[in-house]
Design a protein around this ligand. Structure first.
Ligand code: AMP
Ligand code: MN
Ligand code: MN
Ligand code: MN
Length: 280
C-alpha cells in the first residue's frame, strides 16, 4: 500500500514558484504532507533552508531538483531525487544551465522587442527572487503590463513555440544530467512523462535511452498531467523496470493545477521510488 501524503515535485521562489522554501514547507505541513521533495528548476539553493524547516515540522525532506534537458530536439524535465546537495559536479552542471537561462532570457527579450514590447528583460528580472530566470518571470511581467489577461493566455500568445518571445534553447543533454544525478548518489526520474507528446516511436526510445544512462523512475502521478494517464505510465514503468514517483508540481496557489500534497496515490501495481530510500 502507498504511504499517503508524499509529494516529490514542487517549486519555490528559488525558481518559478510563489512561496519561499521556508513558506512552502510550512504550507506542506498545513496540507499534512509527510514526505516532501523541493524540486526547483535547475537550482538547489533552496534545499538547505527547506530541510531545516522541514526537520522542525516533522516532515521527511528529500533533496530534489528539476533539470531542463534537450533530447531529440525536445525539452524534457528530469527530476533528481535524494542526492547529496554538496556534490560539486551537480552544482557546477546546474550553474551552467542557469547561465544558459540568462542568455535565453536575453534572446527572448530581443524577440519580444521585435514584436514591439520593450524592457521585458528588466521587467522579468524584477520577478526573479534568486538566480533562475524563466518563462514564468516574463509571463508575470507581460500580465502586469496588460499584454494578456492571465498567465495561461500569456503563454499561448507569447511564450510557446512559434510565438514572439519563444526562442529555441539547448539545455543539458539527457546523458550528462543523469550523470550528475547518479554521481551525487541520487535517483533520476522523468517528470510528467505525459506532457511531451512523444508518439509511438519516441516514447520507447526515451525509455531505452533513459534506462541506458541509469534512469531509475518515472513520475506516474503528476499534477501537471492528466490523471487518466496514470495507469498507462504505471504499466510503462513496470514494463521497463522503472520505479514510480508522484508529485503535485505545485508552483503556488492559483497558478497550479494541483494543490501541494494533492497527489496521494499511485496505482497499486507500482513500486514506489521511496521503497529504496531508507529514511522513509
Ligand atoms: P522554462 O523552464 O523557463 O521554459 O519555463 C517552464 C515553466 O513555465 C514550467 O515549469 C511551468 O511552470 C511554466 N509553464 C509552461 N507552460 C505553461 C503554461 N501554458 N501555462 C502556465 N505555466 C506554464
Ligand atoms: Mn515551473
Ligand atoms: Mn516540469
Ligand atoms: Mn515542475
Amino acid at each position: 500500500m502507498n504511504i499517503p501524503n508524499i509529494d516529490l515535485h514542487c517549486h519555490s521562489t528559488i525558481s518559478d514558484g510563489l512561496l519561499s522554501p521556508r513558506s512552502l514547507v510550512s504550507f506542506a505541513a498545513e496540507k499534512n504532507v509527510s514526505v516532501l521533495a523541493l524540486t526547483d528548476h535547475d537550482d538547489i539553493a533552496g534545499l538547505e533552508q527547506a530541510k531545516i524547516h522541514a526537520d522542525k515540522l516533522n516532515i521527511v525532506f528529500i533533496n530534489g531538483v528539476e533539470i531542463s534537458v534537450t533530447w531529440n530536439k525536445r525539452t524534457l524535465h528530469i527530476l533528481g531525487l535524494n542526492f547529496d546537495a554538496s556534490n560539486q559536479e551537480l552544482i557546477s552542471g546546474l550553474r551552467g544551465i542557469r547561465e544558459g537561462r540568462l542568455k535565453r532570457a536575453e534572446r527572448m527579450a530581443d524577440s519580444l522587442g521585435m514584436a514591439g514590447i520593450q524592457g521585458s528583460l528588466e521587467g522579468a528580472k524584477s520577478y526573479v527572487h534568486s538566480n533562475t530566470i524563466g518563462r514564468i518571470h516574463f509571463a508575470r511581467f507581460l500580465v502586469a503590463k496588460g499584454y494578456a489577461k492571465d498567465i495561461k493566455t500569456v503563454f499561448k500568445k507569447f511564450l510557446t513555440k512559434g510565438k514572439p518571445g519563444y526562442v529555441e534553447h539547448e539545455w543539458a543533454s539527457l546523458e550528462e544530467s543523469l550523470g550528475w544525478i547518479k554521481n551525487a548518489g541520487g535517483d533520476a526520474v522523468i517528470a510528467h512523462p505525459g506532457r511531451y507528446d512523444l508518439g509511438k516511436k519516441l516514447l520507447p526510445k526515451l525509455m531505452e535511452d533513459f534506462k541506458s544512462y541509469g534512469g531509475v523512475g518515472i513520475e506516474v502521478s503528476s499534477g501537471s498531467q492528466d490523471p487518466s494517464q496514470s495507469n498507462f505510465f504505471a504499466k510503462l514503468a513496470n514494463d521497463y523496470g522503472f520505479l514510480a514517483s508522484c508529485g503535485s508540481d505545485f508552483h503556488g496557489v492559483g497558478i497550479s493545477h494541483r494543490a501541494l500534497g494533492g497527489i496521494k496515490t499511485l496505482p497499486d501495481e507500482c513500486i514506489p521510488i521511496w521503497s529504496k530510500w531508507t529514511k522513509i
